[in-house]
Each structure stands twice: as C-alpha cells, then as structure tokens.
Design a binder for this molecule. Structure first.
Ligand SMILES: NC(=O)c1ccc[n+]([C@@H]2O[C@H](COP(=O)([O-])OP(=O)(O)OC[C@H]3O[C@@H](n4cnc5c(N)ncnc54)[C@H](OP(=O)(O)O)[C@@H]3O)[C@@H](O)[C@H]2O)c1
Length: 364
C-alpha cells in the first residue's frame, strides 16, 4: 500500500530538499519499500499540482521550478482536493505560516481521516495548550519532531517521558544554531557586529537577523518541548531576554540595523572577558524548571560554568538536557544534533513519515 503525501510549501528550501530526497533515496520505489511513498500533491503559496495516481519525478521537479499548477487561494481548497482521493493521505507542512495553519491543522485532524507531519512550529507553539493537546494526541497521525532541533530526538523523547509518567523537573538547552554560532565566534575574540554581518551574508541567520536575536524563536521551541512533556504552558509564560538590548530593535533596514550593532562590540568584548575570568562561557540558554508544581520558563544569555554539559557545544550544534526522577541531576538525559540544515530536516521529515505508516515492514 502506498503512503500518499501532499507537501504544502514544496517550493521552499526545506520542501524542495524533501522532494529531491524522496525521489533520490528511492522512497517511491515498490521494489525497495513495502509501503512506498507516493507524492500526490505539491503546493506553493498560490499554486498546486495534484494527481491521485502520483506525481512523477520529472513533473514534480518542474513544478518546483515553475510553480506552474492550478491556482488556489485558501488552504481549505487543498483539503477539498485531498478528499477527491479515497486513500489515506499525509499533509506535510513545510511553510512558516501561523494563524491560517493553526486552523488548517485543526481542520485536518478534527474533520478528516488524514494525518500531518510538520516542520513548521507555529501551529503548535502559538495555539493554546488545549489545541496543542488535541493536535498531537494521536502520535500516529501527527508528527512534529522537526519543529525543534531540525528533528533530533528531543520531541519524541519528551513525549515518551510524559506517557511513562516521568515528568521532567528541568529542561535546559541551547536551541539556536545562529546564536550558538555567534557565541562560539565571540569566544574567538571576533567583533560582534562583524560576526553578525558575516552570519547574515552567509545565510546562517533568518533573512532579518533580529528574528534570531529577539529570542522568540528559541521561546517557541521551549514551549513545544515543555508541552510535549505534558506541561501546560504557552508563550506568555516564557520570560524572554533578547540576545541584545531591546533598544536595538528599531524599525529600520537590516543593513542599518547591523551597522548599529557596532555599538555593542565593546559590551560583548567585556562580557567575554568577564566570563573567561570566572571560568565561564556565554551561552543563550532556554530553561524550563519546575518549582513545586509551577513551571518557570526563561530564555536568556547566560554565563555558563565550564563544567556544564552545555559548554562543549560549538558552532551551530544544539543540545538539550533533561532532568527527571529517573534521569537525576548527575545523569541528565541529553539529545544533541544540528539545529538546522536542509538535508537533516528533510531526512527527519521522512523519519516522521515512517512512524505514520499503517504497517511498517523492514526493507531489505
Ligand atoms: N531551514 C531549516 O533548517 C529548518 C529546520 C527545521 C524546521 N524548519 C521550518 O521549516 C519551514 C520551512 O522553512 P523554509 O526555510 O523552507 O522556508 P521557505 O524557503 O521560506 O519556504 C516556505 C514555503 O511555504 C510556501 N508558502 C508561503 N506562504 C504560503 C501560503 N500562504 N500557503 C501555502 N504555502 C505558502 C512558500 O511558497 P512560495 O514558493 O510560493 O513562496 C514556500 O514553498 C519553516 O517553518 C521553518 O521554521 C526549517
């Protein structure tokens, strides 16, 4: 039996990498897989290609280039198209949409038999906790590992902890590849404004680097992790201290903003000096700590002592540490992996798809 897949955001960076991987790795091959993948739908922001019998490699790659399909206006229209297919289907969300995707995810899970795999963290971070619980209650219908750490095993581990009733008392980690890169470079005594300029020019940051520096992306990931562990929190509960002072977040062009950060070069040089003097390093750390029954969530730049497990992190690597009754303070459970990357994310979306198979049979 085929696993039918409908990719929304197929023309984006992650989406097109996924489409290439699916064909290049032979996921569609009946001679390799008992349940091969069949791409039945590909959508960009305004155009969709759909075929019940499956879209061939040539047509799919052409769509990624030309976005030449049927035009559409609302995500609901994609559900209507999918309903013309009698077989089961998985929507893959590789957009960065917020409100319309919350509604779309809710509709797919409540009103259709279809499933979802998402790399887009917005629907599960911005929606309220009840909606998060509703969307994720059937793990074999909703895969969201790629919403944090490009799909490393943080999400499935915390979900399993919740279900074996070993609630974490501490989740701590560095989840921003961009901010990890910046702190590593600061340690090498590079100037903050130069590091930021290079990172932005090389595409390591979001198109607007203020989106990384505000800390909200890290806060959204922390909310997804805490919720996965069964802790009923939302973004409002996260105390976010941006990587740089709020006064720098003015409405001005990216170039002007980056130039303005020269004013922070001395500040960061001093911070690094004082951290080194105390045997510490700078890390942008996200923390969820239970105080009794109350979860306390924060995201901030910290001086971390050198015996911490977060110190060894270099560059864009991400890591989380989890303390619970079973995983005590001395032996926290840790998950480490690249925090971003097109190939790693696309591969982990394919892993989520494997977990959604009705009957997974090991291939030769
Ligand atoms: N990059 C990574 O390493 C990484 C890792 C983990 C998770 N993610 C997440 O993966 C998602 C995609 O990231 P990306 O870098 O691939 O983004 P991207 O290159 O900006 O691609 C976004 C895709 O969404 C489509 N889109 C935009 N508006 C839409 C709408 N109204 N309806 C339907 N589709 C729409 C775009 O179509 P058009 O081509 O028509 O604009 C495009 O195909 C994001 O949520 C990101 O946070 C990324």
């Amino acid at each position: 039996m085929y696993q039918n897949v409908f990719i929304i955001g197929a023309t984006g960076k992650v989406g097109s990498t996924l489409v290439h991987q699916i064909y290049e790795k032979g996921d569609t091959s009946r001679s390799i897989h008992v349940n091969p993948t069949r791409i039945v739908g590909l959508a960009s922001s305004s155009s969709v290609a759909f075929s019940k019998k499956g879209i061939g490699k040539k047509e799919a790659l052409k769509f990624l280039k030309t976005k030449n399909g049927i035009s559409y206006n609302r995500l609901d229209e994609l559900i209507a198209l999918a309903r013309t297919n009698r077989d089961h289907l998985v929507f893959v969300d590789v957009t960065a949409l917020k409100e319309p995707m919350i509604e779309f995810h809710k509709k797919v899970i409540s009103k259709t038999p279809f499933s979802i795999v998402t790399a887009n963290k917005n629907p599960i971070a911005y929606a309220d906790f009840n909606t998060f619980t509703f969307l994720t209650k059937e793990p074999d219908r909703y895969g969201y590992r790629c919403s944090v750490m490009a799909g490393a095993d943080a999400v499935p581990f915390l979900r399993d902890l919740r279900d074996v009733r070993d609630k974490p008392t501490l989740i701590e980690g560095c989840f921003s590849g961009t901010l990890g890169y910046i702190t590593s470079m600061l340690e090498r005594n590079k100037r903050f404004s130069d590091i930021l300029d290079t990172a932005w020019r090389r595409g390591y940051t979001e198109p607007d680097p203020r989106d990384d520096l505000s800390g909200f992306d890290v806060a959204r990931k922390l909310v997804v992790l805490a919720r996965s562990a069964g802790v009923p929190v939302g973004l409002k509960e996260v105390h976010v201290q941006p990587f740089i002072p709020r006064s720098y977040f003015k409405k001005e062009s990216v170039g002007k903003f980056i130039r303005s950060t020269k004013g922070l070069d001395h500040h960061f040089a001093q911070e690094i000096k004082s951290a080194k003097k105390n045997g510490s390093v700078l890390r942008y750390v996200a923390t969820m700590r239970m105080k009794g029954n109350t979860p306390c969530l924060s995201v901030r730049l910290q001086k971390v002592v050198t015996n911490s497990q977060l110190v060894a992190l270099q560059g864009t690597l991400n890591k989380i540490l989890v303390v619970s009754k079973i995983y005590g303070k001395e032996n926290p459970y840790s998950v480490q992996g690249p925090g971003a990357g097109l190939d790693v994310t696309a591969q982990n979306i394919r892993r989520d798809l494997l977990y959604l198979l009705e009957r997974r049979v090991i291939t030769q």
